[in-house]
Ligand binder design. Structure first.
Ligand SMILES: [Zn+2]
Length: 139
């Protein structure tokens, strides 16, 4: 089966560092300088203490599956040609949870608590941007 073609990413000024990181094969997260909270999704301020002193850093790319579902029916493109596929929340080693695809595993073998690593699907674009969609696969 060919790799799924995801809808094109749009990077806002708040999310650009994250999507550019994915384009380099890195998960980029934010850490608040005031309260040290690590957050995702990317924001202009800390969602915990409202500080605007936010740093970006490269995460490990390691995570565990928090929960998941196996989709057996979806008539919408591009998903319908890839059933069954696994959608999951993974807990990144640094704390935040990310909604993502699990790839590189038979859906029947996926388990809560399974160790996974980031795996990036580069996007074919005509606008000069270098973005990719992060998925996760078994370690
Ligand atoms: Zn904070």
């Amino acid at each position: 089966m060919s790799d799924m073609e995801y809808p094109l990413v749009y990077a806002s000024w708040e999310t650009r560092a994250y999507w550019e990181g994915c384009g380099r094969g890195e998960i980029v997260l934010q850490r608040c300088r005031s309260c040290q909270t690590v957050q995702h999704k990317p924001r202009a301020i800390c969602a915990t203490c409202l500080s605007s002193e936010i740093d970006h850093f490269v995460a490990s790319g390691r995570a565990t599956i928090y929960t998941f579902t196996v989709t057996h029916q979806n008539q919408a493109l591009p998903f319908r040609d890839h059933c069954p596929y696994v959608m999951a929340y993974v807990t990144l080693e640094e704390g935040p949870r990310l909604f993502t695809n699990i790839v590189g595993a038979e859906p029947s073998t996926v388990r809560i608590g399974m160790a996974v690593v980031a795996d990036f699907a580069p996007q074919v674009r005509t606008d000069g941007e270098v973005f990719a969609v992060p998925r996760f696969r078994p370690e």
